[in-house]
Ligand binder design. Structure first.
Ligand code: 13P
Length: 244
């Protein structure tokens, strides 16, 4: 049985005071649920704050990236072992903003997922096509190439990931994939996971998820939850998405 999951990706937003208000609000309003788990992925400097605020709650937390390396001369990088010290359950890897702006390759994303799993952190592996690729009918080829890199690197451990389908054209644009568009891609991702003997892996949808569209998206059979950017910075909106 796949458990539903709604994850907030704060991206490079927040500040100590605003985070405290947001986290306290989530803690006081979120009713632990067997049907749906929630988590927030915060900027690295705020992991300690998230740990302190959420430790005795049912809300998990995580990072937005993780190094593929264990330790050493990698200025600016943060290892999986460091994330463990801050209680992280999740680490997003391969977000399109990192693939596009930092040139992360499929192989690097797979190595990061592997490093996370090695530290018992669940990598949330993001895949998704650009508008240009969609218009060229390359959506399936692109997301399958991205997933295959991770499946090949992880082998049987692929069952330990969470997958997130985030069409690049839907991120931060207000333009969400329709439930049918999301389902079509999720179904082919599911088929790839079944082939890799990982049928239970959760597949989240991300890209302009809001309270107003979450119910229809989450009603799709292969959409197991959401990876929420902008709307996760508003506690009421984020909670409404999780309740959907
Ligand atoms: P938005 O929800 O702001 O479109 O961002 C989606 C996203 O990139 C989550 O990782």
């Amino acid at each position: 049985m796949r458990r539903r999951l709604v994850v907030g990706n704060w991206k490079m937003n927040g500040g100590l005071a605003a985070n405290a208000r947001l986290l306290d609000h989530l803690v006081s309003e979120w009713q632990p649920s067997d049907r749906c788990a929630i988590a927030v992925c915060v900027p690295f400097p705020y992991l300690g704050q998230a740990q302190a605020a959420l430790s005795s709650s049912a809300i998990a937390w995580g990072a937005q990236d993780v190094s593929a390396h264990a330790a050493g001369a990698f200025t600016g990088e943060v290892s999986a072992a460091m994330l463990v010290e801050f209680g992280c359950r999740y680490a997003i890897v391969g977000h399109s903003e990192r693939r596009q702006m930092h040139g992360e390759t499929d192989a690097q994303v797979a190595a990061k997922a592997k490093a996370a799993i090695g530290a018992a952190i669940t990598p949330i592996v993001c895949v998704g096509e650009t508008l240009e690729q969609r218009d060229a009918d390359a959506t399936d080829a692109v997301v399958m190439r991205q997933v295959r890199a991770v499946v090949d690197a992880l082998g049987g451990d692929v069952a330990k990931i969470v997958l997130a389908y985030e069409p690049v054209w839907a991120i931060g644009t207000g333009r969400t994939a329709t439930p049918a568009q999301a389902q079509e891609v999720h179904a082919s991702l599911r088929a790839a996971l079944i082939k890799a003997a990982a049928p239970e892996v959760g597949i989240l949808y991300g890209g302009s998820v809001k309270a107003s569209n979450a119910t229809a998206l989450f009603a799709m059979p292969d959409v197991d939850g959401g990876l929420v950017g902008g709307a996760s910075l508003d506690a009421n909106e984020f909670l409404a998405i999780a309740r959907a």
